[in-house]
Design a protein around this ligand. Structure first.
Ligand SMILES: Cc1cc2nc3c(=O)[nH]c(=O)nc-3n(C[C@H](O)[C@H](O)[C@H](O)COP(=O)(O)O)c2cc1C
Length: 190
């Protein structure tokens, strides 16, 4: 009886030590995962960039925040194309609503945009110009209609010169594939 009792006590001790070690490993793991606070911001006129932003959100576990212009763009395609052209030519930065997250609370900020006239959409210009990205990492991404990212990422750098800009990800409309996006995120080494 005594023997059974001591075997039982030793077994319990082994389990308890194992649990203690496991909890220490888990605590270390989540500490490593928390080294960066990630925010995924995006503007999307017709939903493509939003879909990519949501994929990135799932892959990184970051927070999502939509950039919303105060004055909505016209719903007619030709109208928005023509207004966007004027905005680009005159470097107009339309007013945007306050973001539902504060950039100050994050150290990695994904910035997503559709390509408009070979660069980022104007509301994204406003967002970059209105915030201080000193000491932050910006990870750009965009969706386009077949022309690629054009000057989108280099123009982003001009608007946030104090940020470290990581390699961007561009995809044709809504064709972002989870595996490619995952590979890109891993390559960023965040
Ligand atoms: C105003 C406007 C300008 C555009 N300019 C370009 C362009 O220069 N190059 C390109 O490849 N696609 C261009 N497109 C296509 C969009 O970039 C593409 O459809 C994008 O996926 C839309 O994203 P969204 O659904 O998030 O708004 C333009 C679309 C609009 C509405």
């Amino acid at each position: 009886m005594k023997k059974i009792l001591s075997v039982f006590i030793v077994a319990i001790l082994i389990v308890l030590i194992g649990l203690y070690q496991y909890s220490k490993v888990e605590a270390k793991k989540s500490e490593a995962e928390m080294t960066h606070n990630i925010l995924i911001t995006y503007y999307s006129y017709s939903g493509n960039t939003k879909a990519v932003a949501e994929k990135i959100q799932k892959l990184t576990g970051g927070d999502l925040a939509e950039i919303v212009p105060v004055k909505p763009y016209p719903t007619g395609y030709n109208d928005v194309v023509s207004l966007a052209k004027t905005e680009k030519e005159q470097n107009i930065m339309p007013e945007i609503k306050p973001l539902n997250k504060d950039v100050k609370d994050y150290d990695v900020i994904f910035v997503g945009t559709p390509v408009w006239w070979y660069t980022m959409a104007s509301p994204v210009k406003t967002f970059l110009a209105n915030n201080n990205f000193e000491g932050k990492i910006i990870v750009p991404f965009c969706t386009h209609g077949g022309g690629g990212e054009s000057a989108t990422f280099t123009d982003m750098k001009k608007l946030a010169p104090k940020a470290e800009i990581k390699n961007g990800y561009s995809t044709y409309e809504r064709t972002a594939n989870e595996k490619d996006a995952e590979k890109w995120i891993k390559s960023l080494d965040l």
